[in-house]
Write a protein that binds this ligand. Sequence first.
Ligand SMILES: *Cc1c(COP(=O)(O)O)cnc(C)c1O
Length: 457
Amino acid sequence: MHPFHTIIEPFRIKSVETWKFTTRDERVAALARARHNVFQLAAEDVLIDLLTDSGTGAMSSAQWGALINSDESYAGSRSFYRFEAVVRDLTGFTHIIPTHQGRAAERILFHTILHPGQIVPNNNHFDTTRANIEVEDAEARDLVIAEGRQPSVIHPFKGNIDLAALEALLDRDGDRVPLVMVTVTNNSGGGQPVSLANLRGVRALCDRYKKPFFLDACRFAENAWFIKQREEGQADRTPKAIAREVFGLADGCTMSAKKDGLANIGGFLAMNSDEWAEQCRNLLILTEGFPTYGGLAGYDLEAIARGLEEVVEEPYLRYRIRSTAYLAEKIAAADVPIIQPPGGHAVYIDARSMLPHIPPLQYPGIALLNALYVEAGVRGVEIGTVMFGRQPDGSERPAEMDLVRLAIPRRVYTQSHIDYVAEAVIYVAKMREQLRGYRITSAPKVLRHFTAAFDPL
Ligand SMILES: *Cc1c(COP(=O)(O)O)cnc(C)c1O
């Protein structure tokens, strides 16, 4: 190839957005106004926003161009047919149902098919997935492999589901399992990939026990890139060919186009079952809209269609995964404990082991998050006891891990932004002994992390 090792951004910047700097005092005041919950900050008060990679990416000039060429017809819009063709070419699924985002696809699927007392297995359920299952009085059961629960253990596919545990569940309680899900990549477990071999294993079990297999496909392209890099015999295939094989193993998927759709809004539900699709479309009309727009504008459908084509391009995926690894390497070299190896869309700091003096029920993740914001204006998100610790009976217990996720928006920040973030994390790590825990002063029953209020201890 060529003699250079630097992996540069595979794009040029055509339009820029000027951003505000804040002082430390301003950030202390802003955080107090937000009742110490970074979800409640005004984004303008955040310098580098790593809260999420969801809907925060930069669209390409080709996507912006497609927006102008959209068809805003209520029914049968040309933009829907283009969207449907791209999704079908990629996934092979029969029914393509647009939704305004991923959780709408989840809610429509689960409200349609779930009954109280049923169990939905997954490697790790994402927070909205879990909430949409629990609201139907069903159980969301996490069956990720043991390696996936240990932050420092290196394994190429830490997102794999434990096939033996899945088989045991299907064997013992199969009549309570309406479908099997796998999340690629495994967001709540650290953005970790799932191997083709593992997905084939799930397919075989689903065939044996006659269960439908659905993917939570939000980061299917990043997962395909990891398969290409790490799985035997996959190096010479294109990410798109791998992604197609992965979708081909499943019977349907839920998708947030705000991730690997490279769009700012949107999602879809796709499946092969005619019966389920008909019921889902009926609910879609009730809450999202007519089946050829599903809560989206024609221009959103255009942006997603183009985004799904761009996201499987090799130069994009090489740069994407490399820039996440670059941040991880920098902070790991300074002995900040992170989930190893780094995932695709984010670096996950192990706040529990970084702050051993703060017990899980005093939320070490919140302590680290808030310090990063106050010291450097960097916003991340807690994935830990605040997000997952509340039990359906109202009690609270420590989540499996207390992580702080720094999610990297797609195509938004340059290398110097990322260098600054690394410096900020290392700065806060050096003052770790001064950090204190928090207590919750008010919180709703479901998805409490978005609106909970905290007091420092
Ligand atoms: C973001 C996400 C969802 C939900 O999608 P939204 O578009 O935010 O509603 C579901 N599952 C996973 C794995 C996600 O990352």
